[in-house]
Structure formats: C-alpha cells, structure tokens
Design a protein around this ligand. Structure first.
Ligand code: AMP
Ligand code: MG
Length: 533
C-alpha cells in the first residue's frame, strides 16, 4: 500500500513520444507532436464526493489516502505529486460519420503514468477530466459539471464490476466552481456545479489518435505511436525492442487483436443493455475498452432502435442495435489510418472483413450464456434467440428484469408470464397474443435446455452470473445527481455500493433493481441526454 506522495511515475508516453514544443497553453492546431504539456487549472474548493477503493488498489494506493485533503487537492487539480508530468493528447476523429479534424484532449489532462503493484510492467495513466483548458479546448471551457461527472464515475466502475472492458474511475471531486452549460443546446443556459473525475486506464490512446497524423501525412508519428502502443500495451505480441523495426506481421496481429477486443466489448454492451451514445472514432479506445461516458444510457424496455443521445435523435446512428455495425465502420477508419505502417492494404482489408464473423461468435457466446447454455449452436439457438427478441419487442419489456427472471422459469412453472410479469411495463395490457407467444417460446426454450442436458440449477447459476440484477439505470443515476447537486453525496455512494456486486441478489436493495418508474419516462437526464457535459 503506497502513500500518495510515494507513487512512482514512469511516464512512458511523454518519455517515448514527440512533444509539442510550445507550453503556453494557447488553443491551436498542434502538428508534428502527439501531446502538449499543460497543467490542470486550480479550483476554488476541491472536495471528494466519491472514490473507488478497487480502483485505488489497481495502482497500489493506500485507501486511507482517499479521505485526505491532499487527495482532494491533487485530484481536483490544485496540486501535483512529484514525478507527475501533466499533458493533453492530440487526436482527431470521425464524429457522426464525418471527419472532424483535430479534436484532442480538450478537457482531459493526463497527470502521468504510475507504476502499479506489478512495477514497470504494470503502468496506469491517471487522467483528470474537467481540469481546465488545454491547447485542444477549441471554443469550449475545458470543464465538466457534476451531473456528467457523477455519470462517468459511476458508470466506469459499474461496467468494471459487470465484467465489461472499461476505463476506470478513481475519484469524483467537486470543485466549488460554477460552470455555465446549455444542457439541451436550446438557448437555456444555466450555472451548474463543477467537478473533476480522475480516470484510470493503461492508455487513453484512441482510434482518432492515429487518424489525425494520417490525415496530415505525418506517417512518422503514426508509426511512433503504433510502436509505443504495441511495445507498451501489447507485450504478448513479442515486438522487438526499439530501435529495431516492428515487422509487418506484428502490426497485423495487433490490429487483429484490437478487432477482436472491440467486437467483444460491444457484445458485452449488448449483453448488459448499454448504449454508448457517441461512438465517434475519437471515443474508441486503442485497447478495446469502453471510454468516454457521455450521453450513454441503459436499455430499459427492449428496443434495438433506442438511443439516449438527443444529438443523435434524427439519424440514430448510435442506437443500441447498430453498435456492432458502428464498431466495424470505426475499425475501417483506423485501418485506413495505419496503411502507411504496412505499405499495402490487403492484410488490413482482410482483417477488417473478418469483423462480422468475430462479432457474431462473441455475441453468440454471450447470448448462449444469457440463456444458461454453455455454447451457441447456430442452427438451433439462432432461431430460438430471434424469436425471443421478437417476443421482447412485442410488448414493452424490461430486458434486465426479463433475463434475470427467466432463470426462474422451469418446467414446473404453470404460467411463465406470471414469473416474468415484473418485466412488463404495462402487465395488465399484455394481450393474449403476446402471452401466447411468450408461453410457446418458453416451452421451446425449456425443451432446448433439456435436449442439451442443462439442469435447471446449472442454467440458473450461469444465467445469474451473466444477466445482472443491478445496472446503472438512467433514472437511478439521475436521482443520485439530484441529491449530489443539493450537496448530499449519499446517493452516489449508495449506488456505487450496490453496483459493486451486480450479479448478487442483495438484501434490502430491491429498489435498485426496479424498472423505470413512469415519472422518469420523459424526464431529461433519465431518458434524454445530450453531449453537453
Ligand atoms: P466528446 O463528445 O465528449 O467525446 O468530445 C469531443 C471533443 O470535444 C473532445 O476533443 C473533447 O475534449 C472536446 N470537449 C468536449 N467538451 C469540452 C469542454 N467542455 N471543453 C473543452 N473541450 C471539450
Ligand atoms: Mg470524447
């Protein structure tokens, strides 16, 4: 267990890669470099609203430190620990399908890379989000509000506990400052409390980090960044140490691995009902982790066309059922950006073309587990799944509750609808046709389980470690935010506590597993979010 001031910073990113020579924090285009050194902007009154002991353990930080004033000062942006080397990264990206040019860390400042308990082979980047302007802030303020910071903090940790690859969150610090926001971009500006989240990941490099130098013909930078990512974050690929060049097949193996991880991550999203909301290429991690929690949402009633993001309400590009396809599109953008590494396009094309098959296999495996089966057998399980999703879509049904309750349906169940009743938003209005389809689907499902020789007990056990009881329902997050905005941190803490064990039925916590109440159906923050954060 290490004290805050004894953390060891190795700073591999800034040590390895070209820096922007200017350090005056002017907003501008930055060329020929991958990052700019910039310090966080101090805030009025940093106060820890919540912190994650599991995330502290990742970096070996003594959990007692989370309570200290020094911790609030460092993670609110008012002080640095010796060895930190703060910087913002450059990147570009395709936003909603269109090339957007230079974006970069407009309100994220990496404090440095710290050694975890595993030493030099265990590097973690600490990043403050909302700690003030950087050269990449464009016309914005570099700040974040409490509302969006609560959401990022809780969701990062919730996703981790659900077993979904994700960046982590160490702390949520309120700043005592007021930040002006137009929540729905409709001319209604108001002041909101400011906050800073400390995110933790092995790396915050994005697909867009490669697209920007590629768009400028800076092939040298593309290669330096790829070599850094491969050597430092994909050691299993066995790249030779610098200055020896990395052979072509290792670049290909890296991208194949990233393709597989990206497909797996999105299959996990489908499993737990997560909708990212802004799958722009600048929000795609080079490690295949969920990154940048903005206007995300959790599927309540099963609706593949749902998106929480009001900015995307027209095209619904990032709707639940389209995320897998967007993963493919985004990988294609990354592959185009790294063509100069290989000098030829065939191997890149081949690996990108392999994505749909990889995704199908990942999703099949998860679907099988959701149904309590060991593996997915295409011929028999695919029609069963297709009919299930048709039934789910035929009446407003809470996906999370449905799968959890389905584990309790057995051959002894007289009327499966009664076991699954809680999952329906208007159970009294579910008609005979829907009930009939549900009954006949459950009969085929149980027959299939029997045919595969899966006992009810084994099925239930597998289902309950695949289908969470507790997810970060949009309205639950909003209730915690409402309290936090009034100075009561309790809601955030309670939610974090429940979300640490999402697969366990926790005594006295039923309220956190209930479907969205009617009042939340159209309330901003519960069903509608925007990129404003
Ligand atoms: P996002 O939609 O949050 O992924 O952000 C897209 C780009 O806008 C990124 O380059 C962000 O750093 C930048 N950005 C978003 N909000 C702010 C802000 N308040 N201040 C400065 N830059 C921002
Ligand atoms: Mg982003």
């Amino acid at each position: 267990m290490t004290a805050l001031t004894d953390l060891v910073f190795t700073n591999g990113f800034t040590a390895d890669l070209p820096a922007d020579p200017a350090t005056d924090n002017r907003r501008r285009e930055v060329r020929g470099a991958l990052f700019s050194r910039v310090a966080p902007t101090p805030v009025k009154a940093p106060r820890v609203v919540a912190a994650s002991p599991e995330c502290a353990a990742l970096i070996g930080l003594d959990p007692a430190e989370l309570e200290t004033e020094d911790f609030a000062r460092v993670f609110g942006g008012n002080a640095l620990v010796p060895g930190m080397d703060p910087y913002a990264m450059t990147y570009g990206g395709h936003q909603f399908g269109h090339w957007a040019g230079q974006l970069g860390d407009g309100r994220a400042i990496n404090l440095g890379e710290v050694e975890g308990p595993g030493g030099t082979l265990d590097p973690w980047t600490l990043q403050l989000k909302g700690a003030g302007p950087t050269p990449y802030s464009r016309s914005a303020d570099g700040l974040a509000v409490l509302r969006s910071s609560v959401r990022e903090f809780l969701c990062s940790e919730a996703m981790h506990h659900l077993g979904v690859p994700t960046t982590r969150a160490l702390s949520l610090v309120s700043t005592g400052e007021q930040v002006l926001r137009d929540m729905f971009y409709d001319g209604n500006q108001k002041y909101e409390p400011g906050a800073v989240v400390c995110r933790v990941a092995r790396s915050f490099v994005r697909f867009g980090s490669f697209e920007l130098p590629a768009s400028r013909g800076e092939a040298g930078l593309t290669r330096q960044l790829a070599d850094h990512v491969i050597r430092r974050h994909y050691p299993e690929l066995g790249a030779p140490p610098a200055p020896e060049p990395i052979p072509q097949e290792i670049y290909v193996a890296w991208l194949e691995e990233l393709r597989d991880r990206t497909a797996r991550m999105i299959a996990h999203w489908s499993r737990v009902g997560f909708v990212h909301g802004v799958m722009n290429t600048d929000n795609m991690s080079i490690l295949g982790e969920t990154i940048d929690y903005g206007p995300y949402g959790w599927l309540e009633d099963y609706d593949p066309d749902w998106t929480p993001n009001t900015t995307d309400a027209q095209g619904k590009r990032y709707r639940f059922g389209h995320q897998a396809a967007i993963g493919h599109w985004n990988l294609t953008r990354l592959a185009s950006a790294v063509v100069p590494l290989l000098g030829e396009t065939e191997p890149l094309q081949a690996l990108v073309d392999g994505y749909p098959e990889v995704y199908a296999a990942e999703w099949g495996a998860m679907l099988a587990a959701k149904l309590g089966f060991e593996s997915f057998e295409e011929d028999l399980d695919a029609p069963l799944a297709a009919e299930l999703f048709r039934v789910l879509g035929s009446a407003e049904t809470d996906m999370t509750i449905f799968f959890r309750r389905l584990a309790d349906v057995t051959a002894e169940t007289e009327d499966p609808f009664l076991t699954l009743r809680d999952a329906y938003y208007a159970p009294d209005e579910v008609n005979e046709e829907v009930r009939g389809a549900l009954a006949s689907w459950t009969a085929s499902y149980l027959a299939r389980a029997e045919q595969r020789g899966v006992s009810d007990e084994a099925r239930r056990e597998r289902m309950n470690r695949t289908n969470p009881r507790y997810v970060l329902r949009n309205y639950l997050a909003q209730l915690a935010i409402d309290r936090a905005e009034k100075g009561d941190d309790g809601g955030v803490g309670e939610l974090l506590e429940v979300l640490r064990r999402p697969y366990e039925d926790q005594a006295g916590k039923d309220a956190f597993a209930e479907k969205r109440p009617e009042w939340a159906r159209h309330r901003p923050g519960c069903s509608m979010l925007s990129c404003s954060s």
